[in-house]
Design a protein around this ligand. Structure first.
Ligand SMILES: [Zn+2]
Length: 247
């Protein structure tokens, strides 16, 4: 009899205990996530003071007429730094390719990019800086006209993964928005930018390793010749010619 009532007690108590554990874990996780967002937003002030005019310009655009399949990452979202180099002359072509600096991804990819940023924030207090995102095919053609060299630019007939909204050029920034040392600048086309080049200081190799690790966790894969370039593997799509508005 005692054993029977103990059995009943266990049958009731254990599920109740497990359910309450589940809820408390969920609440902890949510609160933690909220803290994370608050912390990221808290850093906005820091980042804001250091923003370039590109960052300010990036925030002024209208969000109407964006195709359903894309999402935009606007400068300062959760503390993300946006520095779209092809919208300035500060790129390897020394010419402005984009009419204005905006950053779009296929929605599934953009969500992963946000996850990368939040993950870096949570684990190390770091964040991401975006150099290039979706690249409309007319802009890819323009890049090709300026630099018709397949070692530098994907030929238009092949079609870049950037033009499918599934590739990103990025680096990691510390809490103050300063880039981690990756050994070369973005768009440096030499062997020092290759991911299998190891004649670099330990800290540079560690920084590149961190970028690779965090991107791979979230479904991206790098390429051998550019430490800053990652493509998302979990999606298929065609090259797109849609160009964002600069209004
Ligand atoms: Zn790229």
């Amino acid at each position: 009899m005692i054993s029977k009532s103990r059995n009943i007690l266990y049958r009731i108590c254990i599920p109740v205990f497990l359910i309450s554990m589940l809820f408390s874990c969920k609440t902890d996780r949510k609160e933690h996530k909220d803290e994370l967002i608050t912390e990221a937003e808290g850093n906005n002030q820091d980042t804001l003071e250091k923003t370039s005019s590109q960052m300010d310009e990036n925030k002024r655009f209208s969000s109407v007429n964006i195709p359903e399949k894309y999402m935009e990452i606007v400068a300062d979202t959760l503390g993300i730094v946006v520095d779209i180099r092809y919208a300035s002359e500060n790129n390897f072509t020394k010419k402005q390719i984009y009419d204005c600096p905006r950053c779009f991804f296929r929605k599934e990819v953009g969500e992963k990019i946000l996850a990368v940023h939040l993950d870096l924030k949570e684990r190390y207090g770091f964040g991401i800086k975006l150099f290039d995102c979706y690249r409309p095919s007319p802009y890819q053609n323009k890049l090709w006209e300026v630099k018709p060299d397949p070692n530098y630019v994907t030929p238009p007939k092949k079609g870049s993964i950037h033009s499918r909204g599934m590739a990103v050029d990025l680096t990691i920034v510390d809490k103050s928005g300063k880039e981690l040392d990756m050994g070369t600048p973005f768009d440096y086309f030499g062997k020092e930018a290759h991911t299998d080049y190891i004649e670099l200081p330990d800290q540079v190799l560690k920084n590149r390793q961190l970028l690779k690790k965090i991107m791979e966790i979230h479904g991206f894969k790098g390429i051998r010749t550019e430490w800053w370039h990652y493509s998302y593997r979990g999606l298929k799509g065609n090259v797109d010619k849609w160009i964002w508005s600069c209004e």
